[in-house]
Design a protein around this ligand. Structure first.
Ligand SMILES: Cc1ncc(COP(=O)(O)O)c(C=O)c1O
Length: 385
C-alpha cells in the first residue's frame, strides 16, 4: 500500500477499483432496477428509493468522472445537450450570459432560439480574446460565462484561468465545455472554472455507441444543488446500460486520448505543407493562434480533433471527403474510428464555418494508414477538379 494518491489513469483503468462485493466479480454488475425495497418500518435505510434518482451503476460512473476532473460532484445526463442546457435552465429569466462565437453549433442554436425565447439575455463573444470577454461582461448582471476549449470546429483556444478571473470579478460562474480536451489533457476546475460539461458521447465513452452528457462541479454549492434538482425533477437522466458502457469506455480513456492526440499531431504536421491543403487548424501547431495558451492549460497533447481547409474551396473539400476509403464520412467525434466531415453541410445556412473546412476526428488506427488515405483523397479530388 502507499499513501500516494493514484493517478487518474489508474483510477480510470480500474473504475476506482470497485468490484462486486456479493460475488467477487471483478466487474460490478449492471443495476437495472427502477425501484427499491422499503424497510419494514417504512424507511429507506439503504438510501435508494426510485430509479430516476438512484442507480448504483450511474453513481459509479459519476464517481469516476468526478475523480478524473477533480470535482466535488458529478451528474450524468441523457446527452451532452441535456447536461449543457440544464446549466442555462438553472439560471433565471433575465440573466445575462456570455457564450463563444465559435462553439458546438447545436448548443449555439439552442441558445439563440430557445434560451433567448425563455428569457436569457444571450450574447456571443470572441472568447479566444480575453479583452473581448472583459469588455462584454456586465458586473452584477452576467451570471454565466460559457466557454468551449478547444472549440468546434476551428479548435480556437480560450484561456480558462483568464476567463475564470474575468467571470468571477463580475460575479458570474464559468462553465467549460471540455468535450474535445477531456480530463486527460485539461482539468478546467484546476484553472478556476466552476463547472465542466462533457458530451460523454465522445471521448469519455469513446466507442460511438452511447449518447450521454455530464456536468462536474467544483463545489456542492446552492447552484449545484439546483442542477441536481433540475435533473431529478425534469428527468433527463442517463439509463443504467448507457452508464455501464460509459464506465467500461472510461477504463481505456487515457490510452485512447493519448493515441488520438499523438496521431492528430502527426497528421497536422504532415498535412500543413500539403499542396492541396490551404490551412491546418490544430492547437498543437506553433502557428495556431491558441498554441501558447493550449500548451499552458493542456498536458500530454492537444487532442484528437483537427480541421483542414482544402485548397480549391468547398467543391474540393466535399470531393476529398467523398474519396476517403478508411476514414468514415460521419458526424460526431471522439470514437476509436476516424471520422471526416464537411462541417458547413451539417450546420446548414448561416453557419460561420468556412465552406472549405473538413473536420477530422482522429481515432486509434495506424497513423500512417490515416495519412495515406487522406493524401490519396486530396490528390484525387485535386486531379478531378
Ligand atoms: C463540443 C460538444 N459539446 C456538446 C455536444 C452535444 O452533445 P450530445 O450530442 O451528446 O448531446 C457536442 C456534440 O457533438 C459537442 O461536440
Amino acid at each position: 500500500m502507499t499513501d500516494r494518491p493514484w493517478h487518474p489513469a489508474t483510477l480510470a483503468a480500474q473504475a476506482l477499483g470497485r468490484t462486486d462485493e456479493t460475488t467477487g466479480a471483478l466487474i460490478p454488475p449492471l443495476q437495472t432496477a427502477t425501484t427499491y425495497l422499503r424497510d419494514a418500518d417504512n424507511q429507506y435505510r439503504r438510501g435508494l428509493s426510485y430509479g430516476r434518482a438512484d442507480n448504483a451503476t450511474v453513481a459509479h460512473a459519476e464517481a469516476l468522472l468526478c475523480e478524473l476532473e477533480g470535482g466535488a460532484g458529478c451528474l450524468l445526463f441523457a446527452s451532452g445537450m441535456a447536461a449543457a442546457t440544464a446549466v442555462f435552465q438553472a439560471l433565471a429569466p433575465g440573466d445575462h450570459v456570455l457564450a463563444p462565437k465559435v462553439m458546438y453549433w447545436g448548443l449555439r442554436h439552442w441558445l439563440m432560439t430557445f434560451a433567448r425565447h425563455w428569457g436569457l439575455a444571450v450574447e456571443l463573444v470572441e472568447m479566444s480574446e480575453p479583452g473581448a470577454l472583459a469588455a462584454a461582461v456586465r458586473p452584477g448582471a452576467t451570471k454565466l460565462v460559457w466557454i468551449e476549449t478547444p472549440a468546434n470546429p476551428t479548435w480556437a483556444v480560450t484561456d480558462i484561468a483568464a476567463a475564470a478571473e474575468i467571470a468571477h470579478r463580475a460575479g458570474a460562474r464559468l462553465a467549460v465545455d471540455g468535450t474535445a480536451a477531456t480530463p486527460v489533457l485539461s482539468r478546467p476546475l484546476q484553472h478556476g472554472a466552476d463547472l465542466v460539461m462533457h458530451s460523454a458521447t465522445k471521448y469519455l465513452n469513446g466507442h460511438s455507441d452511447v449518447v450521454a452528457g455530464a456536468l462536474v462541479g467544483a463545489r456542492a454549492d446552492e447552484f449545484w444543488q439546483r442542477l441536481a434538482a433540475l435533473r431529478h425533477d425534469a428527468g433527463a437522466i442517463l439509463g443504467p446500460f448507457e452508464a455501464w458502457l460509459l464506465l467500461r469506455g472510461m477504463r481505456t480513456l487515457y490510452l485512447r486520448v493519448a493515441r488520438a492526440s499523438a496521431s492528430a499531431q502527426f497528421l497536422a504536421e504532415r498535412l500543413r505543407g500539403h499542396a492541396n491543403v490551404a490551412q491546418v487548424l490544430y492547437p498543437g501547431l506553433p502557428e495556431h493562434p491558441g498554441h501558447a495558451v493550449a500548451a499552458r492549460q493542456m498536458q500530454g497533447g492537444f487532442g484528437g480533433m483537427l480541421s483542414l481547409r482544402v485548397a480549391g474551396g468547398e467543391a474540393a473539400a466535399i470531393a476529398t471527403a467523398a474519396r476517403v476509403t478508411l476514414w468514415h464520412r460521419a458526424t460526431s467525434l471522439g470514437g476509436v474510428e476516424s471520422l471526416i466531415e464537411h462541417r458547413a453541410s451539417i450546420e446548414g445556412p448561416g453557419t460561420p464555418v468556412p465552406p472549405d473546412l473538413l473536420r477530422l476526428s482522429v481515432g486509434i488506427e495506424d497513423p500512417a494508414d490515416l495519412l495515406a488515405d487522406l493524401e490519396q483523397a486530396l490528390a484525387g479530388a485535386a486531379a478531378s477538379g
